[in-house]
Write a protein that binds this ligand. Structure first.
Ligand SMILES: [Zn+2]
Length: 242
């Protein structure tokens, strides 16, 4: 009876389509279903083991969606206002100091990269977040989640480079703290990134002159993002510090 139901459903294409659009589907599920459908067409039946797998995938698709964990980011509009100061804003990178499990071992430097989803995305206008231990985001880069226009952060729980649950939670919390810090004082947050890495948070250029090094971003980007950038004379008068 169970087998018959599964067969009928499978034959109707409904399950295959459902799996493809389902949030939790994996490429494996899709290719597995594709192959068993083919086998069903050719041979008229599947092995007991294959039917069990089909039933598992079906259960996953039919299960009511798990309520997604969300965290409120209070002033997301201020963060977006800052990023959207530049039309066609691409991305910025900022530093996060994430506590290491145990407390006594101190903090680890992580980096948060953010961009605004374009009209090609179903999350158009929302903030997309990536994390990495690498300020260049060349390796170990992972998707952290998105923040919608109401400030609801939908964390994404893979973090394959992070073993400890404690650290996963800490990265998530620190991302929220960092977004709140940007809302409060964006200049301070991009400056910290520049001072830590020697790179401009916006354009990735190496900070070469004394003013840019002190301020943590370059002259060109300061103008674009309406950030403080003193003249040489002003900089000298304030003692060569930001
Ligand atoms: Zn720059």
């Amino acid at each position: 009876m169970e087998d018959l139901k599964l067969q009928l459903w499978l034959a109707k294409d409904g399950m295959f389509t459902e799996v493809c659009k389902h949030d939790d589907h994996t490429k494996w599920d899709v290719s597995f279903l594709r192959s068993v459908r083919h086998q069903l067409d050719m041979k008229g039946n599947l092995s007991e083991k294959q039917w069990t797998m089909v039933a598992k995938i079906r259960d996953k698709v039919l299960a009511p969606p798990k309520p997604k964990e969300t965290i409120q980011v209070n002033e997301i509009s201020k963060v977006l206002e800052f990023l959207n100061r530049v039309p066609n804003f691409s991305s910025i990178r900022v530093a996060m100091s994430v506590p290491i499990a145990g407390g006594s071992s101190g903090n680890a430097d992580w980096f948060l990269k953010m961009y605004v989803a374009t009209d090609k995305s179903k999350f158009e206008g929302q903030l997309q977040l990536l994390v990495s231990c690498d300020p260049d985001f060349q390796y170990g880069k992972e998707y952290l989640g998105r923040v919608d226009l109401n400030g609801l952060f939908f964390p994404h729980f893979r973090y394959s480079n992070v073993q400890l649950d404690f650290e996963k939670q800490a990265i998530k919390d620190e991302a929220v703290n960092t977004l709140n810090a940007i809302a409060l004082d964006p200049e301070k947050v991009v400056r910290e990134f520049g001072q830590l890495t020697g790179q401009c948070s916006f354009c990735k250029r190496r900070l070469s002159d004394d003013i840019s090094k002190a301020y943590g971003y370059g002259k060109h980007c300061a103008k674009k993002y309406q950030l403080t950038y003193p003249t040489k004379k002003q900089f000298e008068m304030q003692g060569g510090v930001a």
